[in-house]
Design a protein around this ligand. Sequence first.
Ligand SMILES: [Zn+2]
Length: 430
Amino acid sequence: MRWLICTLLLSYAFAKHEEYDGHALFSVKVQKAEHVDYFNTLDYPFDIWQYATLTRNGMVLVPKDYVQLFQNDLNSKGIEFVIETENIKNELELEDQLFAEKARSKSVRSVDRPTITWDRIYNLTEVNDYLQKVAEAYPDVVTLVNAGKSVEGRDINYLKISTSNFQDTSKPIIFIETLLHAREWVTLPASLHAIDKLVVNVTEQDLIDNYDWIILPVANPDGYEFTHAADGNRFWRKNRRTGVFPGDVCLGVDLNRNFDIDFGQHSSNLACSETYHGPSAFSEPETRAIRNILNEHDGRIELFIDIHSFGNLILYGWGTGQLPSNVFAIHAGGLRMAEAIDAVKMDYNNNYRVGNAALVLYPASGSAMDYGLAANVPLSYVYELPAYRGAGQTIFGFLVHPDFIEQAGMETWEGIKAGARFVTNVRSRY
Ligand SMILES: [Zn+2]
């Protein structure tokens, strides 16, 4: 009977990935500038997972009905490629299976402090519960703040962490944000780990004595909920805006193209696109919430890190390729953070690269990172956390191996810490 129930539960869980049956993940090696453009401008129904450069393969998820067509196109252009998986549904099921196995082997400890377990990726309810527990257990240093409601009416919550309730204005504020893109699950442990180390399991007191912190773990609650839902979509990236174009089959706005810096220049005006920028700048409550946080503390936030995945990159503005006037400080800070992460990273992952987002990757407009710069944050970055590359398992890109969760949180925290200390060292010079 137990087996039957297990089998039924598993088949129910796996049924949600049906729409990805036959979707193939391509890794594409481009060797000419024109081919870089060809690849990076692929749009709906293609889903670019990683932009291509002359030195780095691009990755794109291709729907079943387009696989043959795409192969023919690549062949005719003489572009080399590898099909990483012919059916991404297998890897989606593998992710479910790995988490299910991990859950079965879990040992439950009872402790009186708010704790995080690193064996799975918390859903939205669990994140909000955790934030509330931390705020209740540590009222002297933690304030739970509601930054507003999402399109579908969910709370956008963040923690303010401070020994002076943000009243000591001589302290720089550090603002960490994750899950602006819903499917980038591996980023969540980074903010949860930061909260744990700043509040619950403090080992480096200077980080709480010398700085005020804003940690926003789920910047896109509707999209994130949808990636966990049984009738949802694990690879959903955007928010859940509807009704922009009446009768349109597609919905959602790419929140990281919806800020007002160079709005619409390097993004899509097609609702179906993964990089659809929305009807107007700040049309979305989620981006307005982030804007308001940055504006509320104008002049005090000295480090803003918008954490994404994947690619082992630390990127800075401007998204058009123009360099900010303090680019040397920004680049030096990026290197410091990258070195700190590289020192503790897994052997199977490459070192981080640091650079201007448009030069290292591809131009993008309307990003949170650029808005941070424009809102007087001297050091504004995007992290692209690594994808799991462990041996023996074919887990790709946005999919998360449970063995990598704690590591992702821990190593990213090393980068954030290095960034914080860099702020203290250089702030008199920018
Ligand atoms: Zn992202």
